[in-house]
Design a protein. Structure first.
Length: 167
C-alpha cells in the first residue's frame, strides 16, 4: 500500500501536458498486460485484440491532460475499429469509484482497466508520467510511446495509427 501511495504521489507530479522527447525502453518490446476491468474481471491485452493495432493508454481521472486526451482516444477507437484498431485505457487511480464517476460524466467506447495506484503495471511499463500512451503494431510490438498530451501530440498519434493500420 505504501509503495502504491508513493508511486501515486510521483505520478501526480508527473501528470503533464505537452510532450517529452525521449526514447522509451518499451519501443521494440512486446506489449502484454493483465488487469481487471471495472467489473472486476481479469482482462488480458492483447487477448481478443491479437493481430490488431493497439493503443494502450495509462491515465488517471485526476490528470487534466489525461482527461483531455480521452475524447480523442474514443474518436480514434470508433473511427478506426473497422480497420483493425483496438483501444484500452488503464486507470491508475487509487479509488475505482473515482474512475467510474469520471466515466459516468465522460463515457468512452473502449475498455477501461484498473491498476490501483499503478502498483502492478507502472514498473514493467516504465510509467513515470501520465498520460503514457503506447501504440502497438499488429505483431504486438510497441512502436511509439507518447508521454503527456496536447493537441499536436494527438495529431501525431492519429498519423501513427494510420501508418500502422496501413502496414
Amino acid at each position: 500500500m505504501r509503495r502504491a501511495l508513493v508511486l501515486l504521489a510521483l505520478l501526480a507530479t508527473a501528470c503533464a501536458g505537452g510532450r517529452t522527447v525521449q526514447r522509451s525502453p518499451l519501443i521494440g518490446q512486446r506489449a502484454e498486460l493483465t488487469a481487471e476491468d471495472l467489473a472486476g474481471r481479469e482482462v488480458r491485452v492483447p487477448g481478443d485484440s491479437a493481430g490488431k493495432v493497439l493503443i494502450i493508454d495509462f491515465w488517471a481521472s485526476w490528470c487534466e491532460p489525461c482527461r483531455e486526451q480521452l475524447p480523442l482516444l474514443d474518436r480514434l477507437a470508433r473511427d478506426y475499429a473497422s480497420r483493425g484498431l483496438a483501444v484500452y485505457g488503464v486507470a491508475f487511480d487509487e479509488d475505482r469509484a473515482m474512475v467510474e464517476a469520471f466515466l459516468s460524466a465522460t463515457p468512452v467506447s473502449f475498455p477501461i482497466l484498473w491498476d490501483r495506484g499503478g502498483g502492478r503495471l507502472s514498473a514493467p511499463f516504465s510509467i513515470s508520467r501520465l498520460p503514457t500512451t503506447l501504440l502497438v503494431d499488429r505483431a504486438g510490438v510497441v512502436r511509439f510511446v507518447h508521454l503527456g498530451y496536447d493537441v499536436a501530440e494527438g495529431r501525431k498519434l492519429e498519423g501513427e495509427v494510420r501508418e500502422l493500420l496501413g502496414e
